[in-house]
Design a protein around this ligand. Structure first.
Ligand code: HEM
Length: 456
């Protein structure tokens, strides 16, 4: 019999009594995860008195956690315990694999490319509406602009919401998101019943968004009117195994509200911030802007883009892919070992929490030549084929891969050409934009842009 040689995580050095590595993390979360990733493929950190994590930065181990043994490594218990302010029950926070699967199977058909094609016109018309609204007299806040756009797009395609309803929801999501992220990353937490002003505000935001979407769902269920949006598809989705979760194989009213809120959450900031980073980078690299504009003008020649055009715009696609590599809006995610297991050759105790270091692997020289350079051209079909499948994970991989990946890519491949065709952006600050960790990767400051109409 050959003996198996076992490995053990490296320990991240430094730290102070009780808080351990928390202060280093808190001072610069993104830098912290990145440095830990450079230390080794599996590194143990401690973010407080009782918050150990194994930080994983290794494509083979990602493949094991996210695909080969996905059932043994569910999302982290903080996500699944559903004890936060947010009372939604969704595919994202399903406590068991069975419930996750049931929800995913009901949602999946609504995200099929065939269905998404019907949304292409909305992606373009909402961008055109925004272009008409842009104030050309003073620098604009690009983050707010792109969040407004993606929020309008998701609310319109989800449930045909009006611009006014969308603005209220956008405000609620901002307030609740900030509270939840601060809580998730705190070393010690106050119990949720403590009525701090911040908690009361987040609670109010959570209730308002619930009531708004509930009203929309109830109205649709009562009227039975079909509007051709995602809500219609989720209402009519039906699984054959009717006993599943006691709902006759369907989403009930509460599920519909929950799933829609979670899709809005998952689908708007992620896409908005990717486009913010892309436009910012375009203003920093004149040769990138030139190539992008040449492609857009060459294919469109002044007319409105259609879905058929995007396959003729490979550079636009590469630019989005490279933006997602260097600035992955979901820069990490969490998993947990359900029970004692062997992860590669690392014996892992049940209950261990894992950080999937997405940004770390995206800048790992093992997989990327000159990883700190911004080079859209690296995403050639040959390079994509040759690369380890788990070294590029902007949408993750395996069964829990982002359900909205095709939605997001189609959206960005239509929105970006529409924007650059109509507008010129000039970065209106002499300080480079900096990354900031939140639920998604934000920018530390608003990204101010001077915008002019493009002269054809
Ligand atoms: C650039 C844009 C986007 C990025 C980078 C992104 C990234 C991700 C990632 C990394 C996950 C996996 C998280 C985990 O398992 O811990 C995820 C899950 C998910 N995403 Fe996205 N996403 C984007 C856009 C969207 C859009 C547009 C939608 C919906 C319209 C969406 C809906 C979802 C949902 C529902 C899940 C949970 C899937 C499941 O549990 O089975 N995402 N996304």
């Amino acid at each position: 019999m050959t003996a198996i040689s076992l490995s053990h995580p490296q320990i991240h050095p430094g730290g102070v009594p009780l808080l351990n590595n928390y202060l280093e993390f808190k001072a610069n979360p993104l830098g912290f995860w990145f440095n830990v990733g450079k230390q080794g493929p599996v590194v143990k950190v401690n973010l407080g008195p009782k918050r150990p994590f194994w930080v994983i930065t290794d494509a083979d181990l990602f493949q094991t956690i996210l695909a080969k043994k996905a059932k043994n490594f569910p999302r982290d218990r903080q996500i699944r315990d559903r004890k936060g302010l947010d009372r939604t029950k969704t595919v994202f926070n399903a406590p068991t694999y069975e419930e996750w699967l049931w929800r995913r199977r009901l949602l999946q058909p609504a995200f099929h490319t065939k269905q998404l094609k019907g949304f292409a016109e909305t992606f373009v018309s909402e961008t055109q509406r925004l272009i008409e609204e842009v104030d050309l007299t003073t620098p604009i806040d690009l983050v707010f602009m792109m969040k407004t756009l993606t929020m309008r797009i998701i609310c319109k395609t989800m449930f045909s919401a009006s611009v006014a309803e969308t603005a209220v929801l956008q405000n609620c999501f901002e307030r609740l998101g900030e509270f939840n992220y601060r809580r998730l990353s705190a070393a010690l937490k106050l119990p949720l019943w403590v009525p701090t002003p911040h908690k009361l505000d987040a609670q109010e935001a959570s209730n308002t968004r619930w009531e708004m979407v509930e009203e929309i769902v109830q109205e649709r269920l009562t009227s039975g009117e079909a509007k051709g949006d995602l809500l219609d598809m989720l209402i009519s989705a039906q699984l054959d195994d009717e006993e599943a979760f006691g709902n006759g194989g369907k989403f009930d009213g509460e599920d519909l509200v929950s799933e829609m809120l979670s899709i809005i959450f998952a689908g708007h900031d992620t896409t908005a911030m990717t486009m913010v980073w892309l436009i910012y980078l375009m203003t920093q690299y004149p040769e990138v802007e030139q190539k992008l504009r040449a492609e857009v003008d060459g294919v469109l020649n002044g007319r409105t883009i259609t879905l058929e055009d995007i396959d003729n715009m490979p550079y636009t696609h590469q630019l989005i892919q490279e933006t997602l590599r260097m600035y992955p809006t979901v820069y990490l995610t969490l998993r947990e070992a359900e029970e004692d297991d062997l992860l590669g050759d690392y014996p892992i105790p049940g209950g261990t929490q894992l950080v999937i270091n997405i940004r770390g692997i995206h800048r790992d020289p093992t997989h990327w030549n000159d990883p700190e350079s911004f080079r859209p051209e690296r995403f050639t079909p040959e390079n994509n084929k040759a690369r380890h499948k788990f070294a590029y994970l902007p949408f993750l991989a395996g069964p829990k891969k982002c359900i909205g990946d095709s939605f997001a890519m189609m959206e960005m491949r239509l929105v970006i050409p529409t924007l650059v065709q109509a507008l010129n952006f000039t970065y209106a600050s002499n300080k480079p934009a900096k990354e900031k960790a939140g639920f998604v990767m934000e920018t530390a400051e608003p990204v101010m842009m001077k915008v002019e109409k493009q002269v054809s």
